[in-house]
Ligand binder design. Structure first.
Ligand SMILES: Nc1nc2c(ncn2[C@@H]2O[C@H](COP(=O)(O)OP(=O)(O)OP(=O)(O)O)[C@@H](O)[C@H]2O)c(=O)[nH]1
Ligand SMILES: [K+]
Ligand SMILES: [Mg+2]
Length: 492
């Protein structure tokens, strides 16, 4: 029996009708054959600039520009005089590296020239490379696209690499590095393997259903594997927004009654004068957005108009916009003036935003809110909490900076919930694309459970597995690839 099943697992893994192998492996890169070159370090004057090539003429290019004209040992840096291949004109003393394929970033023969970073040196070397037959300038992301095409990176790893290049905060860097290391890909491969086993069981039943040799309960085993997978996928989909927030920034909205010090807080957190601060209530009218690094997490911080009634039409519009923004917030920073908690606008804000009517016990999906009592410097020093009856809150003085560290720590905890903590926990879905295919997989598993026809059930499992394969790159369309590689710059 086990031999039968094992053969079927192997056959199911190959996939009789639809294969789910990584599209990249073996497939030629677009326009491969040509050898590409580009400046891979940043533009502009710098100490060292890195120029690299990839493709079959890399060795020839290296020999053409270096004297003596032999290739350096693989993967070790050698100092060489670079000269123009036609004029013999010296260009620079450079460190050169030779990476024969397939043990290179792209899987092809690659060469690197670490030159002095002056613009004339860089353009001289680029021009010299352009004069070598078979070489042409690389397009944006072309090195990475070749790495993908040669099976060096899966699609999720490519996305991780793009995110790493764009990472601006610590949390973004951690998430990107984990994805580049293949964590999300491994998770998908594990799920696809489970599906392959379930498919083998269903196919065994189709082929040997009447056969006494077949172990009892093969279909039940497939059903239980599918049920377990459904649970795992649903849990990840529930978290789907987190990884995306970590890529693009959580929406943190600062709200409160007029003059509570909202703009002062926005300026303090962003360390620049984003908003006008003045003693006049109603200073901020429009929503002012600024991207900030909040305790290591990326956030889009919005300053809003003070919430109050009975004001002129312009301020009224500001209040409407503020309320609209509150609806879209991932996290609300509710600010009150600690020395003015009994005023009508403070009470109204507490009743409508901080403790809205009908708010029961906070559920997992409930709005996240941090209550900040600002202007603590106006309270008697060392005095009691001004309102112990209020929900948990933090005391802060934007004027003296007292309480800022506590607020940052509270923000870090909240944002780790909103964005997911990339230091711990399972790998996150970082793109809408991942979410789409996970949902597609889950839908196909739904069809599997509904159908009584075994052939259709097997097809549903194949469809589900196809969705998982597309997350890491199997059968990705050219348009999807174009969108992903568009994020890269020339030279990467
Ligand atoms: N004493 C004291 N004054 C503060 C503090 N924070 C802000 N202020 C003052 O409070 C006044 C209002 O500050 P803003 O930051 O403009 O307040 P706002 O909530 O943005 O006001 P609107 O945009 O008009 O709703 C200004 O005069 C600030 O200097 C603080 O921590 N302590
Ligand atoms: K003000
Ligand atoms: Mg303001």
């Amino acid at each position: 029996m086990w031999r039968v099943l094992w053969t079927l697992v192997a056959r199911a893994a190959r996939g009789p009708r639809r294969s789910c192998t990584r599209q990249g492996s073996g497939a030629p890169a677009p326009g491969s054959g040509a050898t590409i070159f580009a400046l891979s370090s940043g533009q502009g004057r710098c100490g060292i600039a890195v120029i690299r090539t990839s493709g079959p003429s890399s060795g020839h290019a290296l020999r053409s520009l270096t004297a003596p004209r032999d290739l350096p040992p693989a993967r070790s840096a050698c100092l060489r005089l670079l000269t123009h291949p036609h004029s013999g004109e010296p260009l620079d003393h450079a460190l050169v590296l030779w990476f024969p394929g397939p043990q290179s970033f792209t899987g092809e023969d690659c060469a690197e020239f670490h030159v002095h970073g002056g613009p004339a040196v860089v353009s001289g070397v680029l021009q010299a490379l352009g004069s070598v037959p078979g070489l042409r300038p690389a397009e944006a992301g072309e090195f990475t696209r070749r790495a993908f095409a040669h099976g060096k990176l899966s699609l999720t790893e490519v996305e991780g690499l793009a995110d790493l290049i764009h990472a601006e905060t610590e949390a973004q860097r951690r998430q990107a590095l984990r994805q580049l290391d293949g964590e999300l890909g491994h998770l998908c491969h594990g799920w696809a393997k489970t599906l392959t086993k379930a498919l083998a069981h269903v196919e065994a039943y189709i082929d040997f259903g009447e056969d006494d040799n077949l172990e009892e309960g093969v279909l039940e085993q497939a059903d239980s594997q599918v049920r377990e997978l459904e649970l795992a996928l649903s849990a990840h989909l529930r978290d789907a927004r987190r990884g995306q927030r970590l890529r693009s920034g959580a929406h943190v909205v600062v709200a409160g009654p007029p003059n509570a010090g909202k703009s002062s807080l926005v300026n303090l957190l962003s360390r620049k004068p984003v908003s006008i601060v003045s003693p006049e209530p109603g200073t901020t009218r429009d929503v002012l957005e600024t991207p900030v690094d909040l305790a290591g997490f990326p956030a889009l911080l919005s300053d809003t108009a003070g919430l109050r009634e009975g004001v002129g039409p312009v301020e009224q519009e500001g209040v409407r916009r503020a309320r609209e923004r509150l609806e879209q917030a991932d996290l609300i920073l509710a600010v009150l003036d600690a020395s003015d908690l009994a005023s009508p606008s403070s009470c109204n804000f507490l009743d409508t935003v901080v403790i809205p009517p009908g708010a029961g016990s906070p559920s997992e999906n409930s709005r996240r809110l941090l209550l900040v009592l600002n202007k603590s410097d106006l309270l008697p020093r060392g005095g009691p909490d001004p309102r112990p009856d209020l929900p948990p809150h933090l005391l802060l003085s934007c004027l003296t900076g007292e309480g800022l560290n506590g607020l940052l720590e509270a923000l870090r905890k909240e944002l780790a919930e909103v964005c997911g903590d990339p230091s711990t926990g399972p790998p996150l879905l970082t793109r809408a694309r991942h979410q789409h295919h996970l949902q597609g997989c889950l839908d196909a598993l739904g069809h599997y459970k509904q159908t009584k026809d075994l052939a259709l059930a097997a097809e549903a499992l194949r469809l589900a597995r196809g969705h998982l394969g597309r997350i890491t790159g199997g059968g990705g369309t050219e348009e999807v690839l174009d969108i992903i590689f568009r994020d890269f710059c020339v030279g990467k």
